[in-house]
Ligand binder design. Structure first.
Ligand code: SAM
Length: 287
């Protein structure tokens, strides 16, 4: 039997039963609309072969829909009260899928592969909004088995993640997300599907992992340091913005030229490939 999904009445009943008072600090806005969770699952493309990592399962709305499509769901929830209740909710609403579900009480900002019972293949989550980008980047870094990610975040953050070079909203999250793979917007979600209703609209973002630049953590660290330096002073030319990172403006110019980048360009016009070449030229110059 497929799982039953949670609607407004079920969410209200679960919240009352648990005496949940949603907190803004933990980004606790729960989806109470079955069509929305169905849509998220269908956009994620997960199937019976997938082990889904869900961050922030909350009361279980998205979890139940995921259990209807994926082979297994491992959820990471920071709130112990919510995490403790989930197995019962899954038992009540998805009795046939109980064995395919695990919940780990942990912070998604620090969770490690060893904390999970199995390696996940796909991330699908309605992320807590105040830590959405660090959580997403942390999980892509720590869990190379994740082939895809489909996350719901604030619409503005979704736009920033999916932005391409040259625009005003292109920035650190846009470049770093592309280090892992292809990034695209996958739709918008209105406020009315949440309880409590947030002030802002939400958006879906997809990452298809390509790992074009490999999996070496040191390579990633060097590349991300160059990205952070370039965008810390985004109105400056790369020569000036990278002066501290490189040691001096002249040294920055040398490294930029070695990476075939115009020293007078601004970071907001550069693609992730440019930052990778820059970090590689800095690393080989240091050898
Ligand atoms: N998935 C549920 C839904 O769609 O209804 C809830 C989503 S709600 C936007 C975010 C969830 O993330 C909450 O359950 C919250 O307790 C949890 N959360 C917040 N910060 C977290 C963190 N650092 N690590 C893991 N879970 C977190």
């Amino acid at each position: 039997m497929p799982p039953r999904l949670l609607g407004p009445a079920e969410i209200r009943a679960l919240a009352a039963d648990l005496d949940v008072r949603p907190t803004k600090t933990l980004g606790q806005n729960f989806v109470h609309d079955a069509n929305t969770v169905r849509r998220i699952v269908s956009s994620s493309g997960v199937g019976a072969d997938d082990v889904v990592l869900e961050v922030g399962p909350g009361l279980g709305s998205l979890t139940l829909a995921l259990l209807g499509a994926a082979g297994r769901v491992v959820a990471v929830e920071i709130d112990p009260k919510l995490a403790a209740r989930l197995p019962q909710t899954i038992g009540d609403y998805a009795p046939d899928q109980v064995d395919a579900f695990d919940v780990v009480t942990a912070d998604a900002l620090t969770v490690e592969p060893a904390d999970l019972p199995v390696a996940p293949t796909a991330l699908v989550a309605n992320l807590p909004y105040n830590v959405a980008v660090p959580v997403l980047l942390n999980l892509m870094a720590k869990f190379p088995t994740l082939r895809t990610a489909l996350v719901m975040v604030q619409a503005e953050v979704a736009d920033r993640l999916a932005a391409t070079p040259g625009g005003r909203i292109y920035g650190v999250p846009s470049v770093k997300a592309r280090y892992y793979g292809d990034v695209s917007r996958a739709g918008s979600i209105g406020k009315h599907v949440f309880w409590p209703e947030p002030k802002i609209e939400s958006g879906l973002v997809r990452i298809e992992r390509t790992d074009r630049f490999g999996l070496d953590p040191e390579h990633r660290r060097l590349t991300f340091a160059a990205i952070d330096a370039a965008f810390a002073q985004r109105r400056k030319t790369m020569r000036s913005a990278l002066a501290t990172w490189a040691g001096s403006p002249a040294r920055a110019e040398e490294l930029l030229r070695a990476a075939d980048i115009d020293p007078q360009i601004r970071g907001e016009r550069l693609a992730v490939d440019d930052f990778v070449r820059l970090a590689e030229s800095a690393a080989s110059a240091a050898r």
